[in-house]
Design a protein around this ligand. Structure first.
Ligand code: MSP
Length: 533
């Protein structure tokens, strides 16, 4: 019996034609923060990520390496799993589109769509971009070529690379039948596409009219065969989107599927907006399956040159690719997670640079947060025999500036995180951290420690500080799990993973601090970086 509410969150499944990169890492961390938060809030989470292994692009990459496509995929997948480990990602499932469970789910969906009359056979005659795995019509291509001043060049309207001319027998999906239903969906469920700028983009695209979509290929064979037409293999995007259903039990476990579906949040980058917000909901409607609650669309990471200030998309040919490992080497795993979640406005493009990463790490983590923890633990250890102080009259009920900020903080924080406003949620927590640092300066505990008379006041000040740290650490744990856990352990407090009979919002209530616990000072949580070195 499932007693908890389900929370199902997905990332895109990543192409295995190349190595995993910072863009993949960014989406995965974003999803992980939400998954960790929801678990701490009492949800039964299914967090799915994985790899997209079929299609012409992957088949070509395999051929270039003299491998079969399957061998190539098997060789590439470990790097994607290593990236998840590196960043402390807690995905519950890792789907590969070459798995039997997925092949079955795709074939099942084919049957359903055919039965419901949304498929027909015809010939596709048009353009195809292999790197983007996308079809383009003659008009779209001509228009884009002309706009670029390269009439007749036949370049991809999206990425500018040369297109392939494709003429083959194909099964078509009646996408055109969904123009009105889709517009109605966007209107009645405005949160289906977030943020608004992306919804507007999709609405105007759909208003422009939809063409039926070629969804099977016959000119190569690296894909899932149609159950009713063996020489046809499934168009890779059609195949890939279905992964979200497969992992929820579609076609294999109806009880699980009823519990898990619809997905609560699907995270994607803006380059794959139309697939997820037009084709995907249309496929679901055609199969009479509910659409997901929300597709959250993030922007691109842009690389800022520290010297010139120029912003460019990261690319191998420009030689400005930052590997996830190199960022972790500089600022640690939690530093990585914190930087990307606090400094990129969710939904917008974000520019990153080495200088900025080091600066944010030093200012927020080494100086403000890390320093608060080490100063307070030092004082607690020094003045209270290596312990959290014991009870003192008036605590925790007395009013003080930290309690005032902590009160209502969890609501502001969860509201921001639930809506993917991670930067705002973190800013809320940092307000408490800054106030606590300020409180130390103002209360001067070292002066209070000088006389027996002021000892109760010192005790109260340290309790307030430790309570603020406990609350901040709990709220920071979805973003910085390791260091938050470490901070909490150093003064004998429960971390989010050990919350047994409470959810996060209950745990952070002011006054839940465990008193008289042993205090261990430990090394700096975030050693300062020497930026000018
Ligand atoms: N395989 C498809 C997705 C299928 S989902 C049913 C795909 N794969 S991908 O590997 O090319 O991209 C996966 C995700 O990484 C996309 O959401 C994409 O936006 C994201 N990123 C790729 N480069 C990026 C940046 N430079 N910045 C941020 N994210 C970007 O598309």
């Amino acid at each position: 019996m499932k007693t908890k509410p389900s929370y199902y969150i997905t990332t895109p499944i990543y192409y295995v034609n190349a190595e995993p990169h910072l863009g993949h890492a960014y989406t995965s961390v974003m999803a992980d923060v939400q998954a960790r938060l929801r678990r701490a809030m009492g949800f039964d989470v299914l967090f799915l990520t994985g790899t997209d292994e079929h299609g012409e692009k992957v088949a070509k990459a395999a051929a270039e390496h003299n491998m079969t496509p399957q061998e190539w995929c098997d060789a590439q997948v470990p790097a994607f799993k290593t990236l998840l480990d590196l960043l402390n990602i807690t995905n519950d499932d890792f789907i590969r589109t070459t798995q039997e469970r997925h092949i079955q789910a795709v074939q099942k969906l084919w049957e359903v769509l055919k039965e419901r009359g949304y498929l027909y056979k015809d010939t596709y005659d048009g353009w195809y971009c292999v790197p983007e795995e996308t079809y383009f019509t003659e008009t779209q291509v001509a228009h884009a070529d002309e706009k670029r001043g390269q009439k007749g060049a036949h370049l991809c309207p999206d990425c500018g690379r040369p297109l392939e001319r494709v003429q083959e027998e194909s099964w078509f999906f009646k996408l055109s039948a969904f123009q009105e239903p889709l517009l109605k969906l966007y209107e009645t469920n405005p949160h289906f596409i977030e943020p608004e700028i992306r919804r507007n983009e999709v609405v105007s695209f759909v208003k422009g009219g939809l063409k039926d979509l070629s969804v099977s290929r016959t000119s190569f064979d690296w894909g899932i065969p149609l159950p009713f037409a063996e020489k046809h293999i499934t168009y890779v995007w059609f195949d890939a989107l279905i992964n979200y259903l497969t992992a929820a039990g579609f076609g294999s476990d109806s009880e699980e599927f009823a519990y898990r579906w619809p997905a609560n949040a699907q995270l994607i980058g803006k380059d794959i907006l139309r697939f997820h917000c037009v084709i995907w909901p249309a496929m679901l409607m055609a199969a009479d399956i509910e659409v997901s609650d929300e597709v959250f669309v993030h922007g691109f990471l842009l690389m800022k040159d520290d010297k010139t200030g120029d912003e460019t998309k990261m690319s191998k040919s420009l030689g400005n690719v930052i590997t996830p490992q190199s960022v972790v080497d500089l600022i640690g795993v939690d530093g990585f997670r914190y930087f990307f979640m606090s400094n990129i406005k969710p939904g917008a493009d974000g520019s990153i640079s080495w200088d900025r990463m080091a600066q944010v790490y030093n200012t927020d983590l080494a100086n403000s947060w890390g320093n608060l923890v080490s100063r307070t633990l030092n004082m607690s250890a020094k003045y209270f025999e290596n312990k959290v102080p014991g009870p003192v009259a008036g605590w925790p009920d007395n009013s003080n500036p930290l309690k005032d900020i902590a009160c209502g903080l969890v609501d502001r924080y969860t509201h921001a995180l639930y809506t993917f406003a991670y930067d705002k949620a973190l800013a809320e927590v940092f307000e408490l951290i800054h106030a606590a640092n300020h409180y130390i300066e103002e209360m001067e505990p070292w002066a209070l420690a000088k006389s027996e008379e002021t000892k109760p006041q010192l005790q109260e000040v340290i309790l307030n500080l430790l309570e603020a740290i406990r609350i901040a650490a709990l709220l920071l744990s979805p973003v910085m799990p390791q260091t938050s856990q470490e901070a909490l352990q150093r003064f004998g407090q429960e971390g989010t993973e050990s919350l047994v009979d409470k959810t996060l919002d209950e745990a952070v209530a002011w006054g839940n601090l465990l008193l008289e616990q042993p205090v261990v000072k430990g090394d700096a949580l975030f050693p300062r970086l020497d930026i000018n070195a």
